[in-house]
Ligand binder design. Structure first.
Ligand SMILES: Cc1cc2nc3c(=O)[nH]c(=O)nc-3n(C[C@H](O)[C@H](O)[C@H](O)COP(=O)(O)OP(=O)(O)OC[C@H]3O[C@@H](n4cnc5c(N)ncnc54)[C@H](O)[C@@H]3O)c2cc1C
Length: 83
């Protein structure tokens, strides 16, 4: 259990920097990533929700891409219609 603090002269954008995912593969939560509620359990908790939602959104996007790239018509040329 700990909490972050900003050095004198820094602004809140540092929290956003720390919260930035790496290559959409590594995600960061914790009060130190919460610009709205730094130094608090609320910040830790809500940042976890934020990252969970981010991951779900990415997963949804990936699934949509797979659906969009599906062939729309069956390729009937390969089907032998002779009876
Ligand atoms: C004395 C004190 C009183 C507080 N009172 C309040 C209060 O009244 N209300 C409030 O909202 N907040 C309070 N806080 C702040 C609150 O505790 C923190 O904001 C909150 O715990 C942060 O949660 P976190 O998950 O971001 O980080 P943490 O709870 O600090 O969790 C980080 C975890 O990562 C682990 N870790 C660190 N480095 C590594 C590593 N290299 N590898 C693996 N694990 C690692 C640590 O062991 C720790 O378990 C208080 C904090 C302190 C210190």
């Amino acid at each position: 259990m700990a909490y972050s603090y900003l050095p004198v002269g820094c602004d809140g954008s540092l929290y956003d920097d720390i919260a930035t995912p790496v290559a959409n593969k590594v995600f960061f939560a914790g009060e130190a990533t919460s610009r709205a509620f730094p130094q608090t359990v609320s910040g830790a908790y809500t940042s976890g929700l934020r990252e969970a939602c981010r991951i779900l959104d990415l997963e949804e996007e990936a699934q949509q891409t797979v659906l969009d790239e599906r062939p729309t018509d069956l390729d009937t040329s390969a089907v032998n219609m002779e009876i």
